[in-house]
Design a protein around this ligand. Structure first.
Ligand code: ZN
Ligand code: ZN
Ligand code: ZN
Ligand code: ZN
Length: 442
């Protein structure tokens, strides 16, 4: 009996040990799962709250889980890690103070409000705290924003920064000259004056330009956020901070034709357009510009610059804007490049494609060509890619994935050989002259 008792006393802790092991294993699995669930629950609550405020807000609030630099709430002045920022005026705020900040602070005023009469200037619009790193005070020329608290001011239009103690009343209410990019910015008072003139049915905006910069070339930015990688979204925010937000258009929400109508609010031949996207996007915008001619808006036609965000950027490369942009240079430098660029003329060709088969029953197809027109495997590959992207745009969020999809369609065509013997089937004519009876396709 003694032996049996001893044995049982030796073996009795084992079930307990097993239970404890199972318990801790369960804990180590469940705790991260619960934390993740709790975080996603909090995030969805936060987004719900944000959505509600977003709908009514004049700010362009963006939700963030982690600010990229030390940030202080503009209401309670506390150091914050997560919250929201407005990508037009740059206000930063935590979740709790969002509603208050939304009510208390004005965003960048796109068009100046007022009763009547023409305006030719505006005052600075200062916001306090979170000034960019490496910015210098306009009064004492010392570095700003160095103290770990909500301090110093930045004007949302001219980007000038000033210390709390250097801000004199004269500076506070002084005229804002719109800073380095004044020749690209459409000032809110200009739009106010144009709307006044439109009410009086006058459309000579040339006189209004006198109130702006001497060589004023207002810039309109058209960005395709689906092009290339996900840079488009971030760039749009950065451009909105530096220019008037009305100048920036997202092509997934507004068509180029609609966006280009802003040119008709500007003096003749003054506007420039920066297209952020690939060759396809540039072609789309150039087609919309052609339509302006048909509408009789020839004198408002803008000059076009390119920021190559797409997978195929040959046109951009040919014109000297680079083969692809992945954030190598800051947006300020992009705007400087646009300011310094010279205009050149670009040949645009009309290509007609006739199908000889089927007793010429098929309709003549007309395309516009910018710098190349391709048939055969690479055209098929680009078409397949385009169709696939139109169907599921969320898949094509990075340039590497896009290139992989291109590779997939390229390989597929090598095996399937849909374009086999195409060179024997195609004839190419230019200005009624047969160039190549058996064209080497692509
Ligand atoms: Zn706060
Ligand atoms: Zn704002
Ligand atoms: Zn200013
Ligand atoms: Zn100072």
């Amino acid at each position: 009996m003694e032996g049996v008792e001893r044995n049982s006393s030796i073996f009795s802790p084992r079930p307990f040990q097993e239970w404890s092991l199972a318990f801790w294993t369960l804990c180590s699995v469940m705790v991260p799962v619960l934390i993740t669930l709790w975080c996603s629950f909090r995030r969805s609550r936060r987004q719900e709250l944000m959505q509600d405020i977003l709908r009514k807000s004049k700010h362009n609030w963006q939700d963030t889980d982690l600010f990229s630099q030390p940030t202080y709430c503009c209401i309670c002045s506390l150091h914050i890690l997560q919250g929201a920022f407005c990508n037009c005026c740059g206000l930063c705020v935590d979740e709790e103070c969002l509603k208050k900040a939304d009510r208390r602070f004005l965003c960048k005023e796109i068009i100046m409000r007022g009763e009547s009469g023409f305006r030719t200037s505006m005052v600075h619009q200062w916001i306090r705290g979170n000034v960019p790193l490496c910015s210098y005070c306009v009064v004492c020329k010392q570095q700003c924003g160095t103290q770990p608290k909500l301090c110093d001011y930045r004007c949302v239009w001219c980007q000038q920064t000033v210390h709390d103690e250097c801000m004199q009343s004269s500076l506070k209410n002084g005229t804002c000259e719109l800073g380095e990019f004044r020749s690209l910015i459409i000032p809110p008072y200009y739009l106010f004056n144009v709307s006044q003139m439109r009410k009086d049915k006058r459309v000579d905006y040339g006189k209004l330009a006198a109130s702006c910069e001497k060589n004023w070339t207002p810039l309109i930015i058209l960005a395709n956020t689906r092009s290339g990688n996900n840079m488009g979204e971030t760039l749009l925010g950065q451009f909105k901070m530096l220019l008037n937000p009305i100048q920036i258009f997202e092509l997934t929400k507004t068509t180029p034709a609609k966006a280009l109508q802003l040119c008709t609010w500007l003096p003749c031949n003054s506007a420039r357009v920066l297209v952020c996207g690939g060759d396809g996007t540039v072609g789309w915008v150039l087609d919309a510009i052609d339509d302006m001619k048909i509408k009789g808006q020839e004198r408002y036609i803008p000059q076009v610059a390119i920021l190559p965000l797409g997978t195929g950027n040959d046109l951009s490369n040919t014109l000297g804007w680079g083969a692809g942009y992945a954030g190598e240079i800051p947006v300020e430098q992009i705007l400087r490049n646009v300011m310094d660029a010279d205009g050149i003329k670009l040949d645009r060709w009309k290509v007609q494609v006739t199908n000889k088969g089927y007793y010429n029953l098929r309709k003549l197809k007309v395309f516009t060509m910018n710098n190349y027109f391709s048939t055969g495997p690479d055209a098929l590959m680009a078409l397949n890619f385009h169709t696939h992207r139109e169907k599921s745009p969320s898949l094509f969020s990075s340039r590497i994935i896009n290139k992989a999809v291109y590779f997939f369609y390229g390989t597929k065509d090598c095996l399937v050989q849909e374009c086999k013997d195409l060179n024997k089937k195609i004839e190419s004519w230019m200005e009624r002259e047969l160039i190549c009876p058996a064209w080497k396709a692509s």
